[in-house]
Write a protein that binds this ligand. Structure first.
Ligand code: SF4
Length: 220
């Protein structure tokens, strides 16, 4: 099994291939056959090249919103889709405005489009947030398909739920990037949990205590 997350050598990164650990994927170079050629594909080559230039030009200076708009412009995309969660509508509207100010055409689609009750997608009442009655289902497959009908050149994902985003990724055929990863507890900054898990909460059963707060049942 590959264990790059725990590699202390990083022979790939430092170009010290004589030091690669035994479970390094580079031990078997045949696994890389044909990979370089894929970067020669026209679209792949542009996506890769422009992202490297963005990394270079804005390194530690440009925030992600800036980088995203810059990338869109450098790629020459004209029509941008914003695929967003109902909980981030305000942020989606701001991003939409910024794109328009840069002369881009936009389409935006909320997660609840279609207005299906969660029951219609097989979710039982006990798993609804309010326990019963109409509760609109997220509809990431429709977000992918309807955005394709819109004919966008490039889509930007803002805060789809974990797993719903997997369905959007599965069904979209348009290049996309993720601008916002939803984390309802940590202001959409999941890395805070990872930093916390190595910090103050290291010995506290971090994931049991939900960022140091007692479980809901004990709060009453
Ligand atoms: S040297 Fe090998 S194992 Fe270590 S990070 Fe690089 S690819 Fe992964």
């Amino acid at each position: 099994m590959y264990m790059c997350a725990h590699c202390a050598v990083k022979a790939c990164y430092k170009n010290e291939k004589d030091k690669m650990p035994p479970n390094c994927p580079m031990q078997d170079l045949s696994k890389y056959e044909g990979i370089k050629e894929l970067y020669q594909d026209d679209e792949n080559s542009r996506l890769f090249g422009e992202s490297c230039k963005i990394e270079h030009d804005g390194y530690c200076q440009w925030n992600r919103v800036f980088e995203t708009i810059e990338f869109i412009k450098r790629m020459g995309y004209q029509h941008i889709g914003i695929v967003f969660c109902v909980g981030l509508q305000r942020e989606a509207a701001v991003f939409d405005r910024l794109l328009r100010e840069h002369g881009l055409k936009t389409s935006s689609l909320i997660c609840k489009n279609g207005g299906f009750d969660k029951n219609e997608f097989g979710v039982e009442d006990e798993y609804k947030l309010k326990g019963g009655g109409y509760e609109a289902a997220c509809n990431p497959i429709a977000q992918a398909k309807l955005m394709e009908e819109e004919g966008t050149d490039f889509n930007v994902v803002m805060g789809l739920c974990v797993g719903h985003d997997s369905l959007f990724f599965k069904y979209t055929n348009t290049p996309f990037t993720v601008l916002v990863v939803k984390d309802r507890v940590l202001a959409h900054n999941p890395c805070a949990a990872l930093y916390g898990a190595e910090g103050y909460f290291k010995n506290e059963g971090y994931f049991k205590t939900k960022f140091g707060l007692p479980p809901k049942t004990q709060q009453k």
